[in-house]
Design a protein around this ligand. Structure first.
Ligand code: NDP
Ligand code: TDO
Ligand code: MG
Length: 296
């Protein structure tokens, strides 16, 4: 039977992976208490004891603004730990499935980024995630890197939940309208992952195309439009909403200074993933609707 090691089991994506990976085999799901990823020795011991066929690593340091003042911790989790997982996987021939981000790009491209576009992170978070990608590649472990964006799940913290909370507390909200991207549900990422691991298992690795894939939902939006969508759904569901629709103000990035710089264009082209694995990627609204049906 397939043995899968899952990190970050209580994060947004990790929580959904516990569900989606279960049909594939025996899943050992660990959180920070069971294995602190900033401790390389603990990682090595875990992998050597369990000897998984597949390591799925959604754990990450994802506090984008805090990473600017915490680069060492961000780097330990987002880069060094990924290298150690890769080294241990390489020794035992395990497949590593890892996740990365739109924030590896600078956002200045016109149109969606492909897997071949040059990276140029503008934040510590983005730089450490890119370092993790490169470190994993350098280990020579068989791997998949799924770059995604604007992850939203029923379990864990995200922008949609922040908007529902703020809408109940304030009469006016100001939300940036000049950063474009795609909200992608944790459940969709977990389902894609299970499909890819299954394909890998079925192929026995023969002719399997390892490497980097962009994995996001369909469509495109901006943070302001996304906030309006979520808040109107909350209002319609009878949740407490203080803010009137015309009091959700679109602002520019310059109007909302943050420690970390975010890309203006976070769009990721998914043709490679769709064509290689014959997958359909549903519109972002269907993923967000499903989450709102759970939390509202
Ligand atoms: N969230 C997003 O918008 C996006 C995420 N991604 C990437 O997708 C992947 C999954 O993200 P998502 O599920 O949203 O992330 P979350 O922040 O929801 O979950 C990350 C998990 O990693 C765990 N973790 C953090 N530090 C450590 C550590 N030192 N040791 C062990 N575990 C640790 C956290 O545990 P604890 O809660 O205990 O700290 C948490 O459970 C990540 O690789 C992320 O970079 C890509 C694009 C967008
Ligand atoms: C709360 C708030 C945020 N914003 C802006 C700030 C920012 O530009 C945008 C989103 O804010 P957040 O802090 O939720 O987003 P952020 O944490 O940057 O989200 C990112 O997380 C990492 C992990 C990723 O990998 C990215 O794909 C992306 O999802 O909304 C407002 O304009 N008004 C507000 O009231
Ligand atoms: Mg955030």
């Amino acid at each position: 039977m397939l043995k899968l090691l899952l990190t970050g089991a209580n994060g947004q994506v990790g929580f959904e992976l516990r569900r989606s990976l279960a049909v594939l085999g025996d899943v050992l799901a660990v959180d920070q208490a069971q294995c602190d990823l900033s401790n390389p020795a603990a990682i090595r011991q875990l992998v050597q004891n369990y000897r998984p066929n597949v390591i799925v690593n959604p754990a990450a340091y994802t506090a984008v603004d805090q990473a600017e003042s915490n680069p060492l911790v961000a780097s330990a989790v987002n880069a060094d730990a990924v290298q150690v997982l890769g080294e241990e996987a390489q020794k035992i021939g395990a497949l590593v499935v890892h996740y990365s981000t739109d924030y590896v790009f600078d956002g200045r491209k016109d149109g969606a980024y492909t897997e071949l576009d040059p990276t140029n992170p503008q934040s510590v978070y983005g730089a450490t995630k890119l370092a993790g990608e490169l470190a994993l590649q350098a280990t020579g472990a068989r791997h998949l890197i799924l770059r995604t964006s604007w992850v939203v799940g029923a379990h864990g913290g995200n922008f949609a939940k922040t908007m529902i909370r703020l809408a109940a507390q304030r009469h006016q909200l100001s939300i940036v309208a000049d950063q474009f991207g795609v909200p992608t549900s944790a459940a969709l990422l977990a389902d894609i992952t299970a499909h890819l691991v299954r394909e890998h298992q079925t192929s026995g690795g023969e002719g399997f195309t390892y490497g980097t894939y962009h994995a996001v939902a369909g469509g495109v939006t901006n943070w302001h439009e996304y906030a309006c969508y979520v808040i109107e759904r909350a209002r319609a569901a009878g949740r407490p909403v203080l803010v009137a629709p015309d009091a959700i103000l679109p602002i520019t990035t310059a109007d909302y200074p943050t420690p970390a710089q975010r890309p203006a264009n976070s769009r990721l082209a998914t043709a490679k993933l769709q064509q290689t694995f014959g997958l359909h990627l549903p519109h972002w609204r269907s993923g967000v609707d499903h989450i709102l049906d759970q939390i509202l």
